[in-house]
Design a protein around this ligand. Structure first.
Ligand code: NAD
Length: 497
């Protein structure tokens, strides 16, 4: 069994709290590792290491930082299969999907390599005679990242690459369910020539998070996870005067108009609802069918395919779905399926009885498909985060758009149609942060930015892209003159002539 450590100031540091969390292989249900849960003194040690590294790192030339990030990116590519295997083993997503998720993280590191251009300030020449104004984007200091279980490569890279490249030093607290991949990536950063103390990892749970939220040396907190914790993190961090972005849960609707290519819609729904066993914040969990004909035809197309999903252990090739992350999470998803039945929705395919021969202790669940889900049902209002697709029937476009707009969550949504006008109206008016037009999972690329609306995101700035440059830097503005004659006293507010 593997014993994880923390990674502080470039060194593997054993946990001293005496508290550990088990890590399981979701395909077998066997414990594969244990991870230490940090106490206050261990978190403080990591913060101190990051604080000590900050003056030198923030003073390192932007080109030198970019070169280290370029070497780090190259190492991430080289180790992509190893990182993906770590993701698959601890998270349970199938290996091809894990490879893709690592790539989506590397893309952010790649974007970060362009920082000499991205972090340029602004300059106004001769705003008054002989006076110039210029502004700079300065790093904040020590920043914290707190990440969820479902993307153990991608989300730590969203935060760490952008925070580090802008000149900050980082304490990352990964999910205690799958810390293997972030630990390995922090080692690769050192191998790339990243100075010790710039990228630290403390493993832990609420105790570590609370310490990060309350320590005055932490200047900003980036969080991704469930909405109740995101709200708590945002409120606590901002109360303590920190900059904070906290991304939460989701319930993503796909609006399907009668003119859509329904074979294409069925294909899109299969991947978007059941890929990664539905454990994606951008998974489509609700299909909104405009008209009964659309719904009836989709049920006909989806039912045999959901029943025939290729499910297996995460390292086997050519599969569509692996197990869920833990036994508790599987039980939670099963409870939501029962809730949907009890609330009166029609369970067309029930994935609860699925068993993988030879892997009866794995956390497997088949795909489930509901029809006639109604907006007052609790199983609709809440995030399930599993391989469950809920179909709803509406009469028209406006009624369908209102569902996504009125829902508490507003992470992603998509519309499938052949009508440009309908798609444009939807993209313009729906109250959701990321919209796909005939694209089921609209996750923007690294040079745009990622973020939902409403209860899916608290704070002002999105993840990655220029939004991350803004989040991880503060603006300093200088007004300068180099006078050739003596400056005269002036008792009124300076107005520049
Ligand atoms: P989670 O909220 O349980 O945990 C996220 C992080 O918070 C972990 O590091 C965990 O250790 C920590 N944490 C847990 N309980 C805490 C507490 N009481 N106090 C302080 N810290 C605590 O989320 P999860 O189950 O790991 O991840 C799944 C959730 O993340 C889903 O809701 C999913 O939608 C969401 N998610 C959102 C996005 C997004 O960008 N909006 C992306 C990925 C995942």
């Amino acid at each position: 069994m593997k014993h994880y450590t923390h990674l502080i100031a470039g060194n593997a540091v054993d946990g001293t709290s005496g508290r550990f969390a088990p890590i399981y292989n979701p395909s077998t249900g066997q414990q594969s590792a244990e991870v230490p849960l940090a106490n206050v003194s261990e978190v403080e040690q990591a913060i101190a290491a990051a604080e000590a590294a900050f003056p030198s790192w923030s003073g390192t030339s932007v080109l030198q930082r970019a070169r280290i990030m370029t070497r780090f990116t190259a190492l991430l590519y080289k180790h992509q299969p190893e990182l993906a295997e770590l993701v698959s083993r601890e998270h349970g997503k199938v290996i091809e999907d894990a490879m893709g998720s690592v790539l989506r993280g590397i893309e952010v590191a790649e974007f970060a390599c362009g920082i000499p251009h991205l972090q340029k300030g602004e300059f106004s020449d001769n705003v008054a005679s002989g006076i110039d104004i210029y502004s700079m984007r300065k790093p904040l200091g020590v920043v914290a990242g707190i990440t969820p279980f479902n993307f153990p490569a991608m989300i730590p890279l969203w935060m760490a690459s952008m925070a580090i490249i802008t000149g900050n030093t980082v304490v990352l607290k990964p999910s205690e369910k799958d810390p293997g991949c972030p630990m390995r990536m922090a080692e690769l950063f050192l191998e790339a020539g990243g100075p010790a103390g710039v990228f630290n990892i403390v493993n832990g749970d609420k105790e570590a998070v609370d310490c990060l939220l309350n320590d005055s040396r932490i200047k900003a907190v980036s969080f991704v996870g469930s909405t109740p914790i995101a709200r708590y993190v945002y409120e606590t961090a901002t109360k303590n005067g920190k900059r904070c972005q906290a991304m939460g849960g989701a319930k993503n609707h796909m609006l399907i108009l009668p003119d859509a290519d329904l074979d294409g819609v069925a294909n899109a729904l299969m991947g978007a609802a059941y890929g990664s066993a539905g454990e994606r914040c951008m998974a489509i969990s609700v299909g909104v069918c405009v008209g009964d004909e659309v719904a009836d035809r989709l049920i006909e197309l989806l039912t045999p395919r959901v029943k025939a999903l290729k499910i297996g252990t995460s390292l086997d090739k050519g599969l569509e779905m692996g197990p869920l992350v833990t036994a508790e999470h599987r039980a939670k998803v099963m409870n939501y399926i029962q809730m949907g039945v009890d609330e009166g929705a029609d369970l067309i395919v029930d994935g609860r009885d699925f068993k993988l021969a030879g892997h009866e202790d794995g956390y497997f669940l088949g795909g489930s498909l509901f029809d006639n889900v109604k907006k007052d049902m609790r199983s609709y209002k809440e995030e399930i985060f599993g391989p469950v697709l809920q179909l709803m029937r509406v009469q028209n476009f406006e009624e369908g758009m209102a569902l996504a707009t009125d829902h508490e969550y507003g992470n992603g949504t998509s519309i499938f149609t052949r009508s440009g006008a309908a798609a444009r109206t939807y993209a313009d008016r729906v109250e959701v942060g990321m919209v796909g037009i005939n694209v089921p999972i609209p996750v923007p690329l690294a040079f745009h930015s990622f973020g939902g609306w409403k209860a899916s995101s608290f704070g002002d700035h999105n993840q990655f892209g220029m939004e991350a440059v803004r989040f991880y830097t503060k603006v300093k503005t200088v007004t300068a003159r180099w006078p050739e004659s003596t400056i005269e006293a002036d008792f009124s507010i300076p107005t520049l002539k």
